[in-house]
Design a protein. Structure first.
Lengths: 111, 113
């Protein structure tokens, strides 16, 4: 079945540093979504990418969908302590509405 | 309500007990999803409803798990004869349409002793 991989699972950065994480799928995706989960909280939707090579920006966050629609990236410019949390990518295969989530990357930011 | 609600928020069950977890989706949302999230893992798909129809239940781990949404709004996930490996957070999410962003509830943390 479809697998979505996020490696590594943890990353620590100094406040103000940039941060980039990647998400890779074993199959071609119809769309990819990114979610953020704060400690003790539930996943909160950030963005959806649908088109090959699509790039979307939200303030300091930049999301990209790969040309082959099998990978995606999240880049945070000048991290802040409010960026702390676990970021999940979730891939849709288009055949149904099911999303396959990666294991997530937990970001910690040193002030 | 303003968001997806789930009850109870916490449930402790003795091994072998049956439990029922409730999800109230956002009013008007057609699609409803159940996920299981183990500690340190991403949400894993369990089942999906479009209105009252259960269109995909491929993620249910065993026949002890059963979900329903009889009137196309509130949904219940039932786990019979709970086992320790069922301990996890059970998340419910709803969407206006199946292709859109999913709005998650706060989850029910189930602990099976």
């Amino acid at each position: 079945g479809q697998q979505v991989m996020q490696i590594p699972q943890y990353q620590h950065v100094q406040e103000g540093e940039d941060f980039t994480t990647y998400c890779n799928s074993s199959t071609t995706l119809s769309n990819i979504q990114w979610y953020k989960q704060r400690p003790g909280g539930h996943p909160v939707f950030l963005i959806q990418l649908v088109k090959s090579g699509e790039v979307k920006k939200q303030k300091r966050l930049t999301f990209q969908f790969g040309e082959a629609k099998k990978n995606s990236s999240l880049h945070i410019t000048a991290t802040q302590t409010t960026d702390v949390g676990t970021y999940f990518c979730a891939g849709g295969d288009g055949a149904n509405s099911k999303l396959t989530f990666g294991k997530g990357i937990t970001l910690s930011v040193r002030p | 309500g303003a968001g997806v609600s789930q009850s109870p928020r916490y449930k402790v069950a003795k091994r072998g007990q049956d439990v029922a977890l409730r999800c109230d989706p956002i009013s008007g949302h057609v699609s409803l999803f159940w996920y299981q999230q183990a500690l340190g893992q991403g949400p894993e798909f369990l089942t999906y409803f479009q209105n009252e129809a259960q269109l995909d239940k491929s993620g249910l781990p065993s026949d002890r798990f059963f979900a329903e949404r009889p009137e196309g709004s509130v949904s219940t996930l039932k786990i019979q004869r709970t086992q320790q490996e069922d301990s996890a957070v059970y998340l419910c999410a709803s969407t206006l349409d199946h292709y859109n962003e999913q709005f998650f509830g706060p989850g029910t943390r189930l602990t099976v002793l």
